[in-house]
Design a binder for this molecule. Structure first.
Ligand code: FE2
Length: 493
């Protein structure tokens, strides 16, 4: 029998408790065999503070960014954690109360407290990525914050030598002097180029496209006008294309401006309508952009993207049949609507015929939720056969994710390791030597014990190799990265 809604809601409440202590290189006790080949740093970001001045954030995405650093070497682990000291975080610390609106939380005072207040808090809570010697805390609505990779001290906003300076005029630039830089950059193996985007609302709405070279230099951003507002979280990069899935979204800017509702409350995503798959040339001007009608629903994450030998584009995506309303979490878990659980599917797009085909990966996967996809680093546009992620036992209808998953996309063979009521974090792959799949690291929240463990699994069969208890409970987080020791050492020389 699956977990009850009450169990899951209790687990989620426990796993969204504010972090109250910051540690520096605290040595941890390891149970089991931690392979000596794991030598580097696991960085992960997620919301770490869920209230301010006695008021709780109303949406789990609103918590202040909190980054952890696990230094793993010779079978030992040391732990460091810090909140990201954004401008807004520091101002609210000084004031001892909320000063900014968030994605799903308005300021107190109803209409008067929120009227025309459009300077939102940069939560800096969605991912932490390493590129060209920079460690960046990312949030899709604003600029990244740069962190010291050794101490996790916040070094300030990163604008890539003014590359993120807004080129727009008037209100848009006054509200946001820097362009948004999303939380899902794609770093192309081989070239080391980083691709990313930012969504700017206005007339027209625009998708900003960024490329930062392996030397850390950002090219002048490109702009692509969108015929309507959309909500995009991730991109896919192939040799030829930058790929986006655009749901049909409406944003009631009037109600948001007046403070009558939150940003998320003013957003309506018509998941019964087909998404648009937008293909933009990776090299500007190389080919004409394409818009192809895709499946209905909503996609946060693209697991991988590549061109096949027939010139088609393959996108492995995590699709929701309906948008998960995390601000109405009781309802989402007590009476989950059809399509509330995320499913991994393959879209095959033919740019020439503007046609999209949707295929599954077999009956076993079709019964399981699958989210937070990761794979081994690949050369630009190269397919990866094995995908990892988090999921849930068969037929669970809610996004309560307690399993680590491994899918062989060629055979549909699915391997899972379930942790009962415990919530698992994004599995981070530490590649092994050639011919060895390596290991997965996951921060697992132990429900009922208010504890978080770093769990190390063998990637090939998900056997648990080692478990390490952190010195405190860490809320369930979002995304992170693995940085081999040699790479960090080279950068700091
Ligand atoms: Fe994400």
């Amino acid at each position: 029998m699956d977990l009850s809604a009450a169990d899951m809601l209790r687990g989620l409440a426990e796993a969204t408790t504010t972090v109250t202590a910051e540690f520096t290189n605290a040595p941890l006790t390891v149970a089991g065999e931690l392979p000596a080949a794991i030598d580097g740093f696991y960085f992960r970001n997620g919301p770490g503070r869920f209230e301010r001045g006695g008021r709780r954030y109303l949406h789990p995405f609103d918590g202040d960014g909190h980054v952890t650093r696990l230094d793993i070497s010779s079978g030992a682990v040391c732990y460091t954690n810090r909140f990201v000291r954004t401008e807004e975080y520091l101002a609210e610390e000084r004031a001892g109360r909320m000063l900014y609106r968030s994605f799903g939380t308005n300021l107190p005072g109803g209409l008067l407290g929120n009227l025309f207040r459009l300077n939102f808090k940069n939560a800096a809570n969605t991912s932490v990525r390493w590129h060209a010697g920079r460690l960046l805390a990312l949030w899709e609505g604003g600029a990244p914050y740069r962190l010291d990779p050794t101490t996790l001290a916040t070094l300030g906003r990163e604008d890539f030598d003014r590359g993120l300076a807004s080129p727009f005029s008037g209100m848009s630039r006054r509200l946001a002097p820097l362009l948004p830089f999303s939380a899902h950059p794609h770093i192309a193996g081989g070239t080391g180029d980083l691709y990313n985007f930012g969504l700017v609302s206005g007339r027209p709405n625009r998708l900003m496209l960024y490329r930062v070279g392996a030397d850390g230099v950002m090219e002048a951003p490109r702009q692509h006008p969108l015929s309507r507002f959309s909500f995009v979280h991730d991109l896919g990069v192939t040799r030829r294309w930058l790929c986006f899935l655009l749901p049909q979204a409406d944003f009631d800017i009037g109600r948001a401006l007046l403070g009558l509702t939150t940003a998320v409350g003013s957003l309506h995503i018509a998941t019964e309508r087909p998404m648009q798959v937008l293909l933009l040339p990776r090299e500007p001007g190389a080919i004409e952009p394409r818009i192809i009608s895709g499946p209905p629903g909503f996609v946060f994450h693209i697991a991988q993207a590549f061109d096949d030998s027939n010139g088609r584009v393959v996108l492995d995506v995590i699709r929701y049949g309906c948008y998960p309303e995390f601000d109405a979490i009781e309802e989402l878990f007590r009476d989950p609507p059809e399509g509330a659980a995320p499913r991994l599917e393959r879209l095959i797009l033919d740019p020439a015929r503007e046609y999209c085909e949707r295929i599954g990966f077999g009956d076993d996967l079709a019964r399981h939720a699958f989210e937070l996809p990761v794979s081994a680093p690949a050369a630009l546009g190269e397919p990866q056969r094995i995908l990892y992620g988090v999921g849930a036992p068969p037929e669970r209808r809610t996004p309560y994710l307690t399993s680590i998953m491994r899918l062989d996309t060629a055979t549909g063979a699915l391997t899972t390791r379930d942790f009962g009521l415990d919530l698992v974090g994004e599995p981070m792959l530490v590649p092994g030597a050639i011919g060895d799949e390596g290991w997965l690291l996951s921060l697992v929240f132990r429900v009922g014990q208010s504890r978080t463990d770093l769990v190390v699994l063998r990637a090939a069969d998900l056997a648990i190799q080692a478990t390490t208890a952190l010195p405190h409970a860490l809320p369930v987080g979002f995304h992170g990265c693995w940085v081999p020791r040699a790479e960090l050492a080279t950068a700091s020389r």
